[in-house]
Design a protein around this ligand. Structure first.
Ligand code: ASP
Length: 329
């Protein structure tokens, strides 16, 4: 029988009502009490690493989770992390860079309604996550929600209330869990040892272009952060009516990383199409996200800037695929 560690972090799944709204309260052990039938197919240990609404989760918390998994990696066949849905896609992406090439599955799940509530989705999601973590073909970081199994670098929260909260962006679902069975769409093989990283540069930000975005705001963001993701319009471009180009040139000369991506939900960027985008890479050394999600771009920059400040090394790392994060370089 497979041995799985559940790592509790809080979130709606573990929340209870209070006078000021839902607050995470239950431990992973208390969550497990709600799904006694899983004892038929796995042996579970529980630990609680922190108890937070995921709105309060920061990059340092991803490092804590990765470090916990590293320290007990040899003792378990797989890991299930219970987590709030609001920043779950960021945690899934962040962990995909902090723990690479893991033959053992690291599965993140949560719920839109607390496990104590009638009609909750929590029991199904937690049971599905354990089923997926016990399957021989499961590897690496993934997110399990409402029957979907999504690669950790491709998840996006698409619905704020519905049970089918998450989708896979620019990449197929890895699998589905149906009637207790794993139906796998993307078979995976992992060989060699896992790679754990223990540092990220948290000083990376994201700014969304809006028509007429204030020049001072862009300048401040570029100066403040070591790396900045710019969510542009359509396939990508930078307005020509402002000093954005000057600010970016200055920042890149000082060793900062700037990545252009798109705020359009699907199909990614292509800076080569329009004059507003074409010269950004050649003239300004801007990097391009292509089909990557913003969550993956942000956390990949944190991982890269935690390793190097050399532009050419950073550029090579950025375009090197990690855990299916980029296809269209
Ligand atoms: N605010 C909650 C959280 O992210 C929402 C949820 O878990 O669904 O922790």
């Amino acid at each position: 029988m497979k041995k799985i560690l559940i790592i509790g972090t809080g979130g709606t799944i573990a929340s209870a009502p209070s006078e000021v709204g839902l607050v995470p309260a239950l431990t992973s052990e208390q969550l497990l009490e709600h799904i006694p039938s899983v004892a038929a197919f796995c042996k579970v240990d529980c630990m609680q690493i922190f108890t937070l609404d995921s709105t309060n989760i920061r990059p340092g918390h991803w490092l804590l989770i990765a470090d916990e998994i590293r320290s007990c990696y040899d003792r378990y066949d797989g890991f299930v992390i219970t987590h709030g849905t609001d920043t779950m896609a960021y945690t899934a992406a962040g962990l995909s860079y902090l723990i690479q090439n893991s033959a053992k599955p690291i599965v993140i799940t949560g719920a839109q309604r607390p496990i104590n509530e009638d009609g909750t989705d929590a029991k199904r999601n937690l049971t599905d996550a354990l089923i997926y973590a016990c399957d021989e073909g499961s590897h690496g970081v993934s997110l399990v929600f409402f029957g979907s199994v999504i690669c950790g670098t491709r998840a996006r929260k698409n619905y704020s209330k519905s049970f089918m909260a998450f989708g896979s962006v620019n990449f197929p679902e890895l699998a589905r869990i149906q009637d207790g069975h794993v139906i796998r769409y993307v078979p995976e093989q992992v060989s060699g040892a896992p790679m754990f990283y223990d540092y990220m540069d948290p000083n990376v930000g994201l700014i969304k272009l809006t028509p007429g975005l204030n020049d001072d705001v862009m300048q401040y963001a570029i100066e403040k952060y070591d790396g900045l993701v710019i969510e542009s319009f359509g396939v990508g471009g930078l307005p020509e009516y402002s000093d954005f180009h000057v600010h970016i040139r200055r920042a890149v000369d000082r060793g900062k990383l700037i990545v252009m991506t798109t705020q359009v939900p699907n199909e990614g960027s292509d800076l080569s199409v329009y004059r507003v985008g074409r010269t950004l890479k050649s003239n300004l050394s801007v990097l391009e996200a292509y089909d990557m999600t913003s969550e993956a771009v942000l956390t990949k920059l944190m991982w890269i800037l935690g390793k190097t400040n050399d532009f050419e090394t950073a550029k090579a790392l950025f375009y090197r695929p990690v855990a299916h994060d980029i296809l269209c370089v």
